[in-house]
Design a protein around this ligand. Structure first.
Ligand SMILES: *[C@@H]1O[C@H](CO)[C@@H](O)[C@H](O)[C@H]1NC(C)=O
Ligand SMILES: *[C@@H]1O[C@H](CO)[C@@H](O)[C@H](O)[C@H]1NC(C)=O
Ligand SMILES: *[C@@H]1O[C@H](CO)[C@@H](O)[C@H](O)[C@H]1NC(C)=O
Ligand SMILES: *[C@@H]1O[C@H](CO)[C@@H](O)[C@H](O)[C@H]1NC(C)=O
Length: 332
């Protein structure tokens, strides 16, 4: 583009000056200049293009692990541009217009290690297609996903990190993250999950899961035994969920007490802080904003009210009347 335009402008300029009857340069110099300048610019342009650009709009370099990376950012793309080296290991396609994740679109990149589709308009993951053998990091942050079915990541069996934060995810299946034996990071923060499938972690076959990030969702109940298959998960994020502190919070209460050292929250962009005491009740009203970990069992699950007095209890008549008028257990 540039050299052609330049030649065009150069000749336009000289014919303009000639039309005025002015010759700015002696003809020999003029011809040299007109010949050498474009050649020089073409050369520089080609060098830049070889070293920095793969296709005119994508930048090519290496990431901090020295993996070959190609970045095509914010260009309104809906498909991978032509001409990207097939040995690219990190493909960054953030801020484009992709509306679904198509596995086959990336099958030509046999070395693909990381795919970054953050901040697109992706609302669906296409059904399983070709297997992306080496894909380890998948970034889908800031898209339009509303739910994930079972086994949706099975074409990427080497996945270690899945970033799904800042979507609109409202439902998952028990087996959404199954069959990923190397999985280490699940980021679900800033979604709209109202419930967790009880066996979600149970069906994660990986024994190296490290991070489960559920910050800023709408979960009010932690299913009993949710973490039991991953007892020492080192980074668990649970803050900013509307936990309901009824009797059923008992499992979460004992999990927090047991795993206090593994509970964190994010602070700012890069910091994390230990935060077992930031997992708060959002109800019932008398426990609002109380840290769950600080509650006594009797706070959230009051025992049956005691009998008014011991001697009444021993009277057979009272036991009878109890049967006739069953005690009402407060349910707040
Ligand atoms: C995202 O896709 C939807 C259709 O699926 C479309 O209506 C919307 O305009 C798109 N948004 C952007 C920012 O491209
Ligand atoms: C998960 O995503 C959120 C929001 O984008 C981000 O702040 C957080 O650092 C991520 N968590 C992890 C463990 O990477
Ligand atoms: C997950 O599995 C449990 C127990 O097997 C079942 O009750 C529940 O309906 C399942 N949930 C989903 C979302 O599939
Ligand atoms: C999570 O939500 C809280 C309260 O709504 C908000 O203050 C906080 O910034 C959110 N966290 C992130 C990481 O966006």
């Amino acid at each position: 583009m540039i050299p052609t335009q330049l030649i065009h402008y150069t000749s336009a300029f000289s014919s303009f000056t000639e039309s005025l009857g002015v010759r700015i340069y002696p003809s020999v110099d003029h011809e040299c200049w007109a010949f050498i300048m474009p050649c020089f610019i073409i050369l520089v342009f080609l060098l830049i293009r070889c070293f920095i650009f793969t296709s005119s709009s994508c930048q090519s370099d290496r990431n901090q692990d020295h993996r070959p990376r190609v970045s095509c950012v914010g260009q309104g793309l809906t498909a991978v541009p032509q001409g990207i080296h097939t040995d690219t290991q990190v493909l960054v396609l953030t801020g484009n217009q992709f509306t679904s994740l198509s596995w086959s679109m990336y099958s030509g990149f046999t070395e693909l290690h990381e795919l970054d589709l953050s901040h697109n308009n992706i609302s669906t993951l296409q059904p399983p297609g070709p297997v992306l053998e080496k894909l380890s990091v998948l970034r889908l942050s800031g898209n339009m996903l509303t739910g994930l079915g079972g086994l949706v990541f099975r074409c990427a069996p080497s996945l270690m990190e899945i970033y799904l934060d800042r979507n609109q995810i409202g439902s998952l299946q028990n087996d959404t993250f199954s069959d990923l034996p190397r999985l280490e990071v699940i980021n679900l923060s800033q979604n709209k999950l109202p419930v967790l499938p009880p066996r979600l972690l149970d069906l994660v076959s990986s024994s190296s899961l490290k991070t489960f990030d559920l910050e800023n969702n709408s979960v009010s109940l932690m299913p009993d035994g949710f973490f039991s298959s991953k007892p020492e998960l080192p980074y668990v994020y649970l803050t900013h969920n509307p936990w309901l502190c009824s009797c059923a919070v008992g499992y979460l209460h004992s999990f927090l007490n047991d795993q206090e050292h593994n509970i964190y929250m994010h602070e700012g962009l890069y910091n994390i802080i230990s935060a077992a005491d930031s997992v708060l009740c959002s109800g019932p009203p008398h426990l609002l904003r109380r840290p769950i970990i600080e509650l006594e069992g009797s706070d959230f699950c009051p025992p049956d009210p005691p009998h008014p007095s011991g001697d009444q209890y021993t009277k057979p008549c009272c036991i009878l009347s109890d049967l006739e008028h069953p005690r009402v257990v407060p349910t707040n």
